[in-house]
Each structure stands twice: as C-alpha cells, then as structure tokens.
Design a protein around this ligand. Structure first.
Ligand SMILES: NC(=O)c1ccc[n+]([C@@H]2O[C@H](COP(=O)([O-])OP(=O)(O)OC[C@H]3O[C@@H](n4cnc5c(N)ncnc54)[C@H](OP(=O)(O)O)[C@@H]3O)[C@@H](O)[C@H]2O)c1
Ligand SMILES: [Zn+2]
Ligand SMILES: [Zn+2]
Length: 347
C-alpha cells in the first residue's frame, strides 16, 4: 500500500479531519494522480449528512478533481507521468452490460464504482475520494485535461459539468432551443454557460434575485424569480428544456408548467421520490426526465467542448484545510458558484 493525506469524516461526526489515507499499489492498468484541485459538490454534503453518526465507516468525499499523473502501471499507454488529467464521480464499471457497451458507464447495470463510498471491483475495499493529495485509478476512467482549461476552474466540470451536459446534449439543445435552468448553483451556472454556448436562448429561474447580474454575465437572456407568481405565470409553456438543479425537495408542478408543448423537464437533484400531478404532464404532452453523471465518451466530449468554448466554473479557491468552512457555507447557499479546494497544503 501507499500512503497519502486527505480529509476524512470518521465516527459520529460530519466534520472532516486531516488523516493519513492508504491507496493501493498500482495494478497494471492503474495511474497514480497527484490531486491539485477538487471541487466541493452538493452531493458531498448529502453524503456527509447520511454518514453522520455511522461509526467505523471512514468517508473521504470529493469526486471532481484535476491533477497530474505521477506514475503509471505497465499496461497504461494513454498517459505518462506529467500529463494533466481529470477524474469524475465514476472510476470503474462492469464493462460488459448493455449500458457499458453503449458508453453509458454511469448507468452500468452492475452499478458503477463511485469515486468515494464505492466498492472496489477487485478487492472490495471502500473507495476514498478526492479530498486528498493522491488518487490511484484505472486509466480507462481518467480523462486528459485539454490544453487551455484552467485546472482549478475545470475540476467542477467532472461532476457538475457532465451532469448538466448529458441532458443538454441528448435533448438536442442547440440554436433555436429555449432553455431554462432552475437553481443557479454549481450545476446550474455551468448549465447556463453550456446552454448559451450551444446557441440556446437561455433563462435562469432562481429564488435569489441578487444572482441576476451574474446570470447575465454567464450569457443568460432572461431571469425569472421563482418566488414571484406573476413572473412564473408569464413564463408559462416557454421552454423546450428545463434543467432543474434545485438541491432540496420541491414541487415539480411550477417547473412543469414552464415547459413548452412536447418539451422536457430534466430533474437532476438527488431528491428521492417525488409526486407529480399527471395533468401537469398531460396538458402539453410534457416529459419528465432525469440524468446523473455521464459516460466516458460524453465526458471526454464535454471537456473538449468546454476547452473550445472557454467554459470553466466560477470558483472560490480555498486551501484544503478550510474544507469545513466551504461545506458550512455551501449548506447556507453562500457560494458563487463552486468551492474548489487547493490540495497543495497537504504536502
Ligand atoms: N444527478 C447527479 O448525478 C448529480 C450530480 C451532482 C449533483 N447532484 C445534485 O444536484 C443538486 C444541485 O447540486 P449543486 O452542487 O449544484 O448544489 P448547489 O451549488 O448548492 O446549488 C443548488 C441551487 O439550488 C437552489 N436552491 C437551494 N435550496 C433551495 C430551496 N430550498 N428552494 C429553491 N431553490 C433552492 C439554489 O439556487 P438559487 O439561489 O438560484 O435559487 C442553489 O444555488 C444537489 O441535490 C446535488 O446532490 C446530482
Ligand atoms: Zn457531484
Ligand atoms: Zn456495466
């Protein structure tokens, strides 16, 4: 085993503490990556909340990171030491099921191995995430970081970015599309930038009117305050695609009413079961969909698209030692628009 350092929750607390972590020795198709930057995703907070109180289960969050290859196993041909790389929230899959064969490893029928809190497919150990200085990972689930993408701003592309890219892309968003993004946080602000870059007329639906200037800066054409019934009524049936990134349970009705005839509401927050009034779907033949993460081909394509269009996340970069402060502020919705941890303070 090899040793690195990271930020770990252990025992009956969701506070992260600096800890020594073990990584496996490299298998023939493994890479060792020095993690330079790791984004703080809302899902990390969900994971910490769910973990709270579970003794004996170490949790190291972090599933959107960039860094540099430091070592390669003998079978690795795509990468060599010194390459800039990126890793997202999936680090392995069965490779054989219909989903994997279709390049949708994120939907693997045998469940993809998650970057943290997953179970390694060979030795069964629990995966420890990217809030650490080093990660060991199969080369197939590592992406070259395209030239020109700032590694700190690019880190959030690997979860937030790909999660909004897949629905935008597969729903055919392009010039002429009318897109609305509900909730302008980590996922939402990247959805706005991508939809604008795809050529769509793009609006933000937010309960935070003070985000309107930023929305415009990201290229949005419209801004709807979700708590204003008049503005919501005026926007009725106005969008071919609504990307819902709201992180707390909420009524989907008001958002379905914004979808145009034959359009789609794509719902991305992890909210468990939801209730839908079927009349909200019937009137206008509307579709309700969801998505999560992305397959390997889509992830690589998303990175190329972002490099081409100059899209990275708006970040607040903090030394990793301030991780608990970042999580606390994210909990209070006090982030514009993604915290990224600088891991160099772990050396
Ligand atoms: N499907 C997947 O694979 C996947 C991947 C990553 C994340 N997620 C999930 O997606 C959700 C968003 O993640 P994120 O990292 O973007 O979170 P985030 O940065 O915290 O942004 C969430 C946004 O939702 C809005 N919001 C929060 N609380 C709200 C409330 N009570 N009522 C209405 N709006 C509220 C806010 O936007 P406004 O201030 O603009 O209203 C906030 O900025 C989370 O549930 C996360 O776990 C899913
Ligand atoms: Zn995430
Ligand atoms: Zn599979």
């Amino acid at each position: 085993m090899r040793t690195t350092t990271g930020w770990q929750a252990e025992g009956a607390t969701a506070i992260l503490r600096r800890a020594l972590l073990q990584r496996r020795d490299l298998r023939p198709d493994d890479l060792a990556v020095q993690i330079d930057y790791c984004g703080v995703c809302h899902s990390d907070m969900h994971a910490l909340r769910d973990h709270d109180g579970k003794a004996g289960h170490p949790l190291v969050p972090g599933h959107e990171f960039t860094g540099v290859v430091t070592e390669t196993g003998p079978e690795v041909t795509r990468f060599s030491a010194g390459d800039r790389v990126a890793v997202g929230n999936i680090i392995d899959s069965c490779g054989q099921c219909a989903m994997c064969r279709a390049g949708q490893e994120n939907f693997c029928h045998a469940f993809p191995t998650l970057t943290y809190g997953g179970s390694d497919r060979q030795d069964g150990s629990t995966t420890l995430g990217g809030y650490s200085r080093e990660y060991v990972v199969r080369d197939q689930f590592v992406y070259p970081l395209p030239d020109g993408l700032d590694p700190a701003g690019a880190a959030p592309l690997l979860c937030a970015g790909i999660t909004v890219w897949e629905p935008l892309h597969t729903l055919g968003v392009g010039p002429g599309s009318r897109v609305a993004v509900a909730g302008m946080g980590g996922l939402g602000h990247l959805a706005v930038k991508m939809a604008v870059a795809l050529g769509a007329t793009t609006s933000v639906i937010s309960r935070s009117p003070d985000k309107a200037d930023d929305a415009r800066r990201f290229g949005a054409h419209g801004f709807i305050v979700s708590t204003d019934p008049e503005q919501m009524a005026k926007a009725r049936d106005g969008f071919d695609v609504v990307i819902d990134t709201i992180s707390t349970p909420h009524d989907l009705g008001p958002y379905l009413r914004l979808v145009a005839m034959d359009g789609t509401l794509s719902h991305l927050g992890h909210l468990g079961s939801v209730t839908v009034e079927t009349m909200d779907l019937l009137v206008g033949r509307k579709k309700l969909s969801s998505a999560g993460s992305g397959g390997r081909p889509a992830t690589a394509a998303m990175l190329e698209f972002c490099a081409d269009k100059g899209i990275t996340a708006e970040i607040e970069l903090l030394p990793s030692a301030r991780v608990n402060e970042a999580l606390d502020r994210l909990r209070r919705n006090d982030v514009r628009y993604r915290f990224v941890l600088d891991m160099s303070d772990l050396d």
